[in-house]
Design a protein around this ligand. Structure first.
Ligand SMILES: Cc1cc2nc3c(=O)[nH]c(=O)nc-3n(C[C@H](O)[C@H](O)[C@H](O)COP(=O)(O)OP(=O)(O)OC[C@H]3O[C@@H](n4cnc5c(N)ncnc54)[C@H](O)[C@@H]3O)c2cc1C
Length: 321
């Protein structure tokens, strides 16, 4: 059986490992941080292709993921549900994310459904993954099928060829060192978890850099965001950002003006001019990183792409040898 090592145990590594396993490969995960300590654990984790390119491929991967998440939402214990989500926008902005969604999943919002001061929005029915439940669910699914996760830092992907036939690099921001990728950088984001309040509606305004605001209702709390600081490596939440986030969300939804704060967290979105989901030339290495603010949104589509690439790699190697 072809043996593969997936580097990384965030959303990209876990999803890719699960899909490779299901495709018949013998898969192990090596990761410096365990799932609960990754950027993925901080994410609001709603389906929305934010800050991710190339647009066309990201829309395709997002649409594939949408269907996979929709199925998961019908199974108990996954932490995935379907929720109503208002995407605020204006004419002239790229809203092509909605074009590949299933029929009936999205419609133009009526004026009375928009917050004060907004002229346009799309109301979509989208997947939401509650990370504290969804990441353990994925890990458990991987382990139950015989997969193992080892906590260790990898310094050179090629060294792993001594232990495996192929390597899949899902190291998120860690890929900048592993592949000397200077195009990869963090967009720091903070979220604030607050107690549930009646009447809260999930929505996002991601129209302008530096003014990101979103409200995501979970089963036990509400996640408020956000910030989008380029090249900022600070993973500690700050009280200043908590204030900024609470103010922006109160503007979006005045009912949320005095929420009881439970916790705050910050994470580094792994941003690149475009997602890197491709093979390293002439090596049995496939990269899957640089998902920006949409790692959950594209996760199943990118994992499927990795499976397609890996199959081609090993069919060719088998034919040669
Ligand atoms: C505040 C915030 C809100 C977000 N909201 C959303 C959202 O609503 N929807 C959405 O789709 N996305 C969202 N995102 C984006 C999403 O979180 C990221 O795109 C995603 O987490 C990236 O996942 P990843 O698995 O590629 O990387 P990570 O989660 O960072 O995982 C990387 C893994 O690689 C390991 N690693 C790195 N280097 C090495 C090494 N040298 N050796 C071994 N292991 C290594 C790490 O330890 C870790 O296990 C949000 C992000 C933030 C910060």
């Amino acid at each position: 059986m072809t043996r593969l090592i997936v580097v990384g145990a965030g959303i990209s590594g876990l999803t890719t490992a699960v899909r490779l396993q299901e495709a018949g490969f013998d898969v192990s995960i090596y990761a410096r941080e365990l799932p609960q300590d990754t950027t993925s654990a901080v994410a609001a984790a709603i389906w929305f292709p934010y800050a991710v390119k190339p647009v066309q491929a990201a829309n395709r991967w997002s649409a594939e993921s949408y269907l996979a998440f929709e199925q998961l939402s019908q199974q108990p214990g996954t932490g995935v549900s379907m929720t109503d989500f208002l995407v605020l926008t204006r004419p002239g902005l790229d809203n092509s994310w909605r074009e590949e969604l299933p029929e009936g999943a999205v419609r133009l919002a009526r004026p009375e459904e928009l917050p004060a001061g907004y002229e346009m929005g799309y109301l979509a029915r989208v997947p939401l993954a509650e990370t504290q439940q969804y990441l353990p669910y994925l890990l458990e699914r991987f382990r139950e099928s015989g997969g193992s996760l080892q906590q260790k830092a990898v310094t050179d992907l090629r060294q792993l060829f001594q232990e495996a036939d192929g390597v899949v690099n899902c190291a998120g921001l860690g890929a900048s060192l592993l592949c000397q990728d200077e195009t990869l950088y963090p967009i720091r984001g903070q979220v604030v978890k607050v107690q549930k309040q009646p009447g809260a509606r999930s929505m996002v305004d991601s129209m302008d850099k530096g003014k990101l605001a979103y409200i995501i209702e979970r089963s036990d709390s509400i996640i408020l965001g956000g910030t989008d600081y380029d090249h900022d490596y600070n993973t500690s939440p700050t009280p200043e950002d908590t204030r900024v986030i609470l103010d922006r969300c109160a503007q979006l939804q005045p009912a949320l003006s005095q929420p009881a704060v439970i916790a705050a967290a910050a994470g580094l979105r792994p941003k690149r001019p475009s997602i890197r989901c491709e093979r390293e030339p002439d090596q049995p290495v496939v990269h899957n990183y640089g998902h920006g603010g949409a790692g959950f949104t594209v996760s199943w589509g990118c994992a499927e792409e990795v499976v397609r690439i890996i199959r081609r790699v090993f069919i060719r190697l088998d034919a040669r040898g």
